[in-house]
Design a protein around this ligand. Structure first.
Ligand code: CO
Length: 168
């Protein structure tokens, strides 16, 4: 089921998400709804809190070079941890379904080692690179109540706040 995506400055986006304890049907419904919503909005990632569910859950589906997404590339991430980050940084123009039509360059680690659980509670260990690593860090921020404009320069952020108020 497609759900409503919360948009900044909705205060719920600042809520810190909590650890998932039960890997039951309710969680699976949430994950399915998140995917329906992400696909409907042409997103490449979505965190639970963006549909108002403060659980440590996000999904990602990274497109290929031609911009195509495939269902089999869906990653369901539960209770994630970033074990280590490379010093090598990459700047990427990010967007977010909670900040519609706003795009800005953000600098993040290009390679990260992560640990998370899948929808059945099984622990996964992975090394992620490039856009997959960038998207993971973006979504991970959502679980801590952070949006990507909090990672840009002070001047750009000031401009963002001004422009955002003027829109609509
Ligand atoms: Co986002």
């Amino acid at each position: 089921m497609i759900r409503e995506v919360l948009v900044y400055p909705d205060r719920r986006l600042k809520v810190k998400s909590k650890k998932v304890e039960k890997f039951d049907e309710k969680l699976h419904t949430l994950l399915n709804d998140m995917n329906d919503t992400m696909v409907d909005r042409n997103g490449i990632g979505l965190a639970g809190i963006q549909i108002g569910k403060a659980d440590n859950v996000f999904i990602m589906n990274i497109p290929n070079k031609d911009g195509d997404q495939f269902p089999e590339n869906l990653l369901e991430i539960i209770n994630p941890e970033i074990v280590s980050k490379s010093d090598e940084m990459k700047t990427y123009e990010e967007g977010c379904l909670s900040l519609p039509e706003y795009y800005e360059d953000v600098k993040r680690s290009n390679k990260i080692e992560v640990k998370f659980q899948n929808r059945f509670g099984e622990v996964q260990h992975q090394v992620l690179e490039d856009l997959t690593a960038i998207a993971f860090q973006h979504e991970f921020d959502h679980l801590n109540g952070k949006l990507f404009f909090e990672r840009i320069s002070y001047m750009k952020r000031k401009k963002f706040e001004k422009d955002w108020k003027k829109r609509k």
